[in-house]
Ligand binder design. Structure first.
Ligand SMILES: Cc1ncc(COP(=O)(O)O)c(C=O)c1O
Length: 434
């Protein structure tokens, strides 16, 4: 019998197999709830664009129309505007990268570059090795091209080289085809962890020895708080690394401008794939960002962002110390995220509805693993709420965590679940910021 679809979606049976991975992520489902003003959202990764003076953008807007004229309103090249690609070289030089303007491909955000690279390399069943935990929407892309994601552990210094090598050998012994290693080595999303310089060099050696391409995704590298991060992996290795950058975190995500710096041969295919997908990235926003980078003090603006996020990181770490001293968490030196580990018996996913009831949102750890692990962890973002809201959010989170722990200890003292009724104290009314 042919599948006739469902009441909800008459076309259910028509979808391609690759769409099986396109379930709404925890992050996505959360956005609807977390955007309510009374909720302190520590869930999303929205940059604090209000720290960007509007007149800087308005000026660039006017100059775009004056200097680029109709060109800004026209289709452009599939590789992106040469003027912008020149600026991109200056941006990457801050992280030790030297490249040719010919090898930069401008994309519609780095998310689109992730999609294009995956499209170019992945056949169904190919393996992507990814650090655990990994950026959730990269996992969605890998799944949508039917890749098998094989996770490798990280510690406080990033990806563990011995574990990587072991995994490569095991996968090869199984006859699997490994296409690339995906890593966010600097101020990782979601971990906040930065791969040390020694590890970068070692990981590159391992990948080179085994003929594995590295996909280095680096949206946060320039947003350091105390000391600059180690130089990008791409600064060491040209031929084996595809590097992804973006203006989303150092300028604004609304422009939807990112880029890939790829080895020469791959670059050619990327341009073709870009053209097939979007013809050309937006000429208008490329012109505007070029103007901004030509005339504005963009390095100073990145310093401003650094100051804002440093203060918020400090607020989050202090609040965690004050309200949840028994938990453990990472200590990011840049970026947007803190990764929190809960006591063994707590489950961040099942705790989430209670958190939302207490008017605080976070992202459960399970979102960042392809295999459903990560239940005892959660990601907190400090990029968007003010320090005061961050503190209040952590206070609310402590109510939730302590409530869960109390509940568990009540159950463990009183026997089977059904004999216990939740008390007033456990299901308390939502806290109010006031
Ligand atoms: C690690 C990582 N890669 C890629 C992206 C996509 O960024 P965009 O498409 O805005 O450049 C994000 C966004 O949060 C990210 O955190």
């Amino acid at each position: 019998m042919t599948n006739q679809g469902t009441n909800l979606d008459p076309w259910y049976s028509h979808y391609a197999d690759r769409t099986a991975g396109l379930a709404a992520s925890e992050v996505r489902a959360l956005f609807a709830v977390a955007s309510r003003p009374e909720v302190v959202s520590l869930a999303g990764g929205m940059p604090f664009v209000s720290a960007l003076p509007q007149d800087l953008i308005a000026g660039a807007f006017e100059r775009t129309m004056r200097d680029f004229g109709p060109m800004a309103l026209q289709y452009g090249s599939g590789q992106g505007m040469p003027a912008l690609r020149e600026h991109i070289l200056d941006v990457m030089a801050l992280e030790g990268i030297r490249g040719s303007v010919d090898d930069v491909v401008v994309t519609t955000g780095s998310q689109h570059a992730l999609e294009l690279v995956t499209k170019l390399f992945i056949n169904p069943g190919d393996v992507v090795i990814a650090e655990a935990p990994s950026y959730v929407t990269a996992l969605t892309v890998f799944k949508s091209y039917q890749a098998t994601v094989s996770h490798v552990v990280i510690d406080e210094f990033g990806l563990v080289p011995e574990a990587l090598e072991e995994r490569i050998l095991a996968l090869k012994a199984e006859g699997r085809t490994i296409k690339f290693l995906y890593t966010v080595p600097t101020f990782g999303n979601p971990s906040g962890v930065t791969m040390s310089w020694e590890r970068r060099v070692r990981v590159l050696e391992i990948c080179r020895a085994h003929g594995i391409l590295v996909l280095e995704d680096n949206p946060y590298g320039l947003l350091y708080f105390d000391q600059p991060a180690p130089h990008a992996m791409r600064s060491v290795e040209e031929d084996g690394v595809i590097y992804l950058g973006t203006f989303s975190k150092t300028l604004a995500p609304g422009f939807r401008l990112g880029w890939a710096l790829a080895p020469h041969a791959i670059r050619e295919k990327l341009i073709l794939a870009n053209e097939a997908a979007v013809l050309s990235p937006s000429s208008f926003t490329q012109g505007l960002v070029s103007e901004y980078l030509s005339a504005a003090d963009w390095r100073g603006q990145i310093d401003t962002f650094r100051g804002v996020y440093r203060e918020r990181r400090d607020a989050m770490l202090t609040a965690l110390d004050d309200y949840l001293p028994d938990l453990s968490w990472t200590n990011p030196n840049g970026g947007f995220y803190v990764w929190v580990t809960l006591p063994e018996n707590l489950d961040s996913k099942s705790m989430l509805p209670r958190a939302v009831k207490e008017l605080v949102a976070y992202t459960p750890g399970t979102a960042f693993f392809a295999d459903g692990s990560g239940r005892t962890a959660l990601r907190l973002s400090f990029c968007y709420p003010t320090p005061e809201f961050i503190r209040e959010g952590i206070r609310r989170l402590s109510t939730v965590v302590n409530g869960e722990l109390e509940l568990l200890s009540t159950f463990s003292q009183t026997g089977p679940l059904e004999t216990v009724r939740p008390t007033e104290k456990i299901i308390s009314p939502p806290a109010n910021l006031g």
